[in-house]
Design a protein around this ligand. Structure first.
Ligand code: G3I
Ligand code: 9MR
Ligand code: ZN
Length: 539
């Protein structure tokens, strides 16, 4: 179909665009079930779009806001699939993408209904020699990271941090979200209960001295089997020599647990307290171990989440602890570094490898009479990046804020994180262009892209079908597990299936192939900013 639009639909009041890939001049909006057209307009002039290599025309139906189920019809006879316009069109998408975390649970009897189930997995844990300990480990829990069954503290931290930021900024939208999880009906809202599942595992990765082991995975990636059929040992893996724990994992836990200490108080005070103590202890450990970098030890080839510099992660922990406690030791740790950068405070969308913007926003949102020079600089830098994203989107035929250079591994997660930055900028500077650009990325992810595909499994009229995701491959069901965001186009493919794409414009560097992990894997850290975005647009 040549009409590429948001397959989840459009909220009534917002701007509405589709991108058209056909020789046509006019379009109409008509009821999905048939009947007279309700809106008519001209398409834009044709132009070429560099990111996709396509010749595109834009259908602007912002002037049409009637609730219903519609199709967009071109004057050449082509008609789009049905899409809704309504007051809250993204509620199902929010539930689906958040409930997907339940489907990633490790060590839990999972049942999403519809045949999507498996029993508690990866219960055989052990200390890896690289951890400095030996023997069995009895911990379990957490979320499988992605299409693999590993659990990684650094990636868990950004994921939990992003989700809890969504909770703090959009509580009314999330408090009543019903996820249908084992904890539903309990005292803790479902959203927080789901996140606590992963936090509990993260806390179990902390040593008595406060340091945190980097990951818990098998030594190699297993085959494409269901979780319970992966019988390899789930090792707690460390750096291989003293102090065995990594700084990245330790300050990651500190940041995530410091946020949790703010969120869980009203529902589970004991847990909130436990998180705060863990965060403080982790911080203290990191003060004396500021740069223990993780590298996969010999014999281990699962994911690394390796970094060369963990200053940003450390600043994030400092800022979140400051926001939670108001204590000057944490403010000083943040201010000492960031005040030296005031002349050149570039803020990028957050990602697992760079959480500096999260650190800055935590500081700016702290409300503890934080240094106004720092806060002003943070607001200014956020707005500058938001303005640049808005400008980039204006040059893109599909409306997304990704620049050509942003098509790396996980570009769909990057697009969602750009929306997160835009939404923070919108909160700080209330420029409606920022919210519009954030929403334009939602359109892009849910169908307004050169493939006309929804990059969320089981969402929309044409969702992608073959994620690099072991349960989806092994369960024998026709459709993949629901609510999962594809990693997205990657101009630097790194697996045989994606390599076969050869040289193409960056947005074209994607294939719906189960083997294509560098473009079509799913991951907890990519779903999180999408959940954030979907929560934001309910408001
Ligand atoms: O940032 C640079 C950019 O400046 C450069 O132009 C570009 C091209 O070389 O590379 C960019 O870095 C890439 C980085 O992702 C961006 O975040 C690296 O090349 C790329 O190798 C790296 O990929 C990571 C991938 O693991 C391989 O290490 C992904 O970020 C990361 O999300 C992914 O994580 C895996 C876990 O290890 C295991 N579980 C699944 C998970 C998702 O695929
Ligand atoms: O399934 C693995 C995926 O989660 C990782 O992101 C990816 C890159 O580290 O590796 C995948 O595992 C593949 C391995 O690297 C090479 N042999 C094939 C594995 C499954 O396709
Ligand atoms: Zn598991």
């Amino acid at each position: 179909n040549p009409v590429h639009l948001n397959q989840a639909g459009y909220s009534t009041g917002r701007a509405k665009y589709a991108t058209v890939n056909a020789q046509a001049a006019q379009f109409t909006i008509r009821p999905a079930a048939g009947g007279a057209s309700a809106f008519q307009a001209a398409l834009s002039e044709a132009r070429s779009d560099a990111a996709s290599g396509d010749t595109i025309r834009i259908a602007d139906f912002s002037g049409f806001s009637r609730a219903g189920l519609w199709r967009l019809a071109l004057d050449n006879g082509e008609v789009s699939p049905a899409f809704p316009i309504g007051p809250r069109p993204y509620h199902d998408a929010l539930r689906l993408t958040m409930r997907a975390y339940y489907g990633q649970r490790c060590g839990c009897n999972v049942n999403l209904g519809g045949g999507y189930h498996y029993p508690a997995c990866h219960l055989r844990g052990a200390w890896h020699p690289s951890s400095g300990k030996s023997g069995a480990v009895t911990n379990h829990g957490g979320w499988h990271d992605a299409g693999d069954y590993g659990r990684y503290v650094v990636n868990s931290a950004i994921t939990v941090g992003t989700l809890l930021w969504a909770w703090e900024l959009y509580t009314p939208q999330l408090r009543t979200l019903a996820l249908g999880i084992p904890e539903s009906g309990g005292k803790t809202p479902d959203f927080l209960a789901e996140v606590r599942w992963n936090l509990n595992w993260m806390l179990s990765m902390q040593d008595a001295d406060g340091g945190v082991w980097h990951k818990q995975t098998s030594e190699q990636f297993c085959g494409f089997v269901m979780p319970q059929s992966d019988t390899s040992t789930s090792y707690v893996i460390g750096t291989g020599s003293t102090p065995y724990k990594s700084t990245g994992a330790t300050v990651g836990l500190a940041a995530a647990a410091a946020i949790a200490a703010r969120c869980y108080g009203p529902y589970d005070a004991a847990f909130a307290q436990r998180c705060l103590s863990a965060a403080r202890k982790a911080w203290t450990w990191a003060l004396s171990h500021p740069a223990v970098l993780f590298r996969n030890p010999p014999g281990v080839s699962t994911g690394g989440y390796e970094q060369n510099d963990v200053t940003d992660d450390t600043l994030w922990a400092a800022a979140e602890l400051y926001r939670t406690t108001g204590e000057s030791q944490y403010e000083q740790a943040f201010g000492a570094v960031v005040s030296t950068r005031l002349g050149n405070l570039a803020l990028t969308p957050p990602g697992w490898g760079n959480v500096f913007s999260m650190a800055c926003w935590a500081y700016a949102y702290s409300g503890h009479n934080a240094d106004s020079q720092l806060t002003d600089a943070i607001v200014k830098a956020t707005v500058e990046t938001a303005d640049a994203l808005v400008r980039t989107a204006q040059g893109n035929g599909y409306g997304q804020t990704l620049a050509a250079a942003a098509y790396n591994w996980g570009s769909n997660g990057e697009a969602a994180n750009q929306s997160l930055l835009l939404l923070v900028a919108y909160q700080l500077a209330s420029n409606p262009a920022y919210k519009a650009a954030a929403l334009a990325n939602l359109d892009y992810l849910l169908g307004r892209n050169c493939f006309g595909v929804s990059w969320v499994t089981q969402l929309g009229s044409n969702p992608f079908q073959h994620p690099h995701h072991r349960p989806s491959a092994a369960d024998g069901l026709p459709a993949p597990w629901p609510g999962l965001l594809s990693g997205g186009p990657n101009a630097h493919p790194a697996d045989p299936a994606a390599n076969a794409l050869g040289q193409r414009p960056p947005m074209r560097m994607w294939i719906d192939d189960q083997g294509a992990y560098s473009v079509n894997e799913v991951a907890i850290n990519w779903n999180a900013p999408l959940v954030f975005l979907l929560a934001a647009v309910q408001s």
